[in-house]
Design a protein around this ligand. Structure first.
Ligand SMILES: CC(C)(COP(=O)(O)OP(=O)(O)OC[C@H]1O[C@@H](n2cnc3c(N)ncnc32)[C@H](O)[C@@H]1OP(=O)(O)O)[C@@H](O)C(=O)NCCC(=O)NCCS
Length: 196
């Protein structure tokens, strides 16, 4: 199908992200966002045994091999400029605390969707909202994005608090927008828009 010529320049030029390595981003305090490695597969497999991660992300990992395939796809996302996926790790870089992702890159409009989970043992200490803030600071700054969207089920109160604490304003509810194991969920939309 022929491409219709656009009247505006893209917010992020094609190739602008992939030409650089995916950044390592220190999280204030005690953690790091770093690109995934295939060695993270056993920890990812373990994380997806958690009922809360299964509930809200609507999937499970059946084997370490499957988790390796996911990680390979996440790594590909950066090279293909479709998404950016980071492991949240401790300051030493080895212990997996969670996942931060920018999904569904739209380079023309400069938008992406934020997603995250934390392993059960790393919850309850505020690392998650600080990690989301770190990611947003990079994305809306050097990353060149204009708008980041974050949405969660209205039943997921912890995720709502993370969004608010990370500075994502509430924009409204998309009714019956996501199918979970227990049926359709209303999705609460938050967003941060680049200032200036
Ligand atoms: C959502 C999640 C990432 C939050 O991580 P976390 O480490 O618990 O985050 P924090 O410790 O910083 O807590 C965030 C806030 O949520 C609140 N909270 C935690 N669990 C809660 C619950 N079950 N109900 C209501 N609030 C809750 C905390 O009190 C805190 O708010 P406060 O600082 O005002 O007290 C984590 O719970 C998780 O991985 N859940 C499963 C996967 C998931 O839900 N992913 C998001 C999908 S949209």
């Amino acid at each position: 199908m022929p491409v219709m010529p656009s009247l505006v320049a893209p917010a992020i030029s094609v190739g602008a992200l992939a030409m650089s390595d995916q950044p390592v981003l220190p999280v204030e305090g005690d953690a790091l966002l770093r690109p995934w490695t295939l060695d993270d597969a056993p920890a990812v497999m373990e994380a997806f045994q958690d009922p809360a991660i299964q509930r809200w992300h609507v999937c499970t990992a059946d084997s370490v091999e499957e988790a390796r395939d996911w990680i390979a796809a996440w790594q590909c996302g950066w090279r293909e400029e479709t998404g950016g996926h980071w492991a949240v790790v401790d300051a030493g870089g080895d212990t997996l605390l969670g996942r931060m992702s920018l999904k569904s890159f739209d380079l023309a409009d400069g938008t992406a969707d934020v997603a995250y989970w934390m392993v059960p043992s790393a919850r309850g200490n505020g690392v998650c909202p600080r990690a989301v803030r770190t990611l947003a600071r990079w994305a809306l700054g050097p990353g060149g994005f204009h708008r980041l969207e974050l949405e969660h089920s209205t039943a997921n109160r912890a995720s709502c608090r993370v969004a608010v604490k990370a500075g994502f304003e509430e924009e409204g509810v998309r009714r019956g927008a996501a199918l979970h194991a227990d049926g359709w969920h209303d999705m609460h939309v938050h967003a941060r828009v680049r200032q200036g």
